[in-house]
Structure formats: structure tokens, C-alpha cells
Design a protein around this ligand. Structure first.
Ligand SMILES: Cc1cc2nc3c(=O)[nH]c(=O)nc-3n(C[C@H](O)[C@H](O)[C@H](O)COP(=O)(O)O)c2cc1C
Length: 154
């Protein structure tokens, strides 16, 4: 079993950061190390070499996500980082978050990234997530990482 999880994420108002903190504790209890980088705090781009998972909260410009309101605001630096030096090729999946009050726009940007970059949308959660979300998403990450590693060996 792989004992390291790398996370590239963005958190503007701290919800995603808080969720990742809980996830790190969960993994630590299983002896798994997590390296997590918030591109908001470390905006210098580097070429990434190790597999990672991405977390992206949703910030859209108005609209309803059906007829309009698809335009990402504030988080575009994460997309730029993924595009930089083809970093996205090492990304084995994305987890979207947001607020369900936004209905069709809930977690929409992560879905857009999945189709733009061609990696799978692994899961979604609301705001800071629940305890259940932590274990559910931890399991999904581990499973997706294993699939990615196997595909690389083929
Ligand atoms: C200006 C603004 C626009 C937002 N737009 C959406 C949206 O379109 N869809 C959604 O699911 N959540 C939306 N949210 C909610 C955030 O995605 C949610 O609060 C998220 O947990 C923020 O993550 P962060 O605290 O890690 O930055 C919006 C929040 C703000 C402040």
C-alpha cells in the first residue's frame, strides 16, 4: 500500500483547508503521510513529478449553472498550476466542494476541470465536510491512487 498522499488544492476562506486538516489526521492515524499544498499560500509554480489529488472549491460569477454562470472566478490559479508544465498528467482525480444552496452550480468548477484536463471527478463535499465525508473521501483517494499507479505500470 502506498504510504504517501500528495494534495494540491486551493482554499480562499478556509473551508477546504479545514477539511484537508481533518483528512490529514485521518490518514496519519493509518500511518499515511499527507503533503498538502494550498496554491493560494504558495503561488510559485513548480514542475510536479509525483502523483497527486486535487481539491477545488467553487467560486462562480453569478448565474444559475444551467443557462449561465459557468465562469470560474478567484480560483483560476489552480487551473494555471495544473496546466503549467503539464502538471495535470500526475493528477489522478479531483474533489469538488461548494455550498448546495448553489444548486446546479454546486461543485461545478471541479466538474469543468475533470473534463478540461481528463482526470476523474472522485467526490464532492459541502463546506468543511462531515466526519463521514472524511472517511468516505479518504477511501476514494486511496482507491483512485491505486488505479492510477496500476495504469502507469501497464
Ligand atoms: C463569491 C462566492 C461564490 C460562490 N459560488 C459558489 C458556486 O457557484 N457553487 C458552489 O457550490 N459554491 C459556491 N460558493 C461557496 C464556496 O464554494 C464554499 O463556501 C467553499 O467551501 C469555499 O471554500 P474555501 O473556504 O476553501 O475557499 C461561493 C462562495 C462565494 C464567496
Amino acid at each position: 500500500m502506498n504510504k504517501q498522499i500528495n494534495i494540491i488544492y486551493i482554499s480562499l476562506s478556509g473551508n477546504t483547508k479545514a477539511f484537508i486538516g481533518k483528512l490529514m489526521q485521518y490518514f496519519a492515524a493509518q500511518g499515511v503521510t499527507v503533503n498538502a499544498l494550498n496554491v493560494k499560500e504558495f503561488p510559485e509554480f513548480t514542475k510536479l513529478k509525483k502523483p497527486f489529488v486535487t481539491f477545488l472549491p467553487t467560486f462562480l460569477k453569478g448565474g444559475n449553472g444551467v443557462d449561465n454562470g459557468y465562469t470560474e472566478i478567484l480560483t483560476t490559479i489552480l487551473g494555471d498550476y495544473l496546466a503549467y508544465e503539464n502538471n495535470y498528467r500526475h493528477c489522478y482525480g479531483i474533489i469538488g466542494s461548494g455550498n448546495r444552496n448553489f444548486n446546479k452550480q454546486f461543485a461545478l468548477t471541479a466538474k469543468q476541470y475533470a473534463s478540461r484536463f481528463g482526470f476523474p471527478m472522485i467526490a464532492e463535499f459541502e463546506l468543511r465536510g462531515t466526519k463521514n465525508d472524511v472517511s468516505r473521501i479518504a477511501q476514494k483517494i486511496t482507491a483512485q491512487q491505486e488505479i492510477f499507479e496500476k495504469q502507469k505500470q501497464e
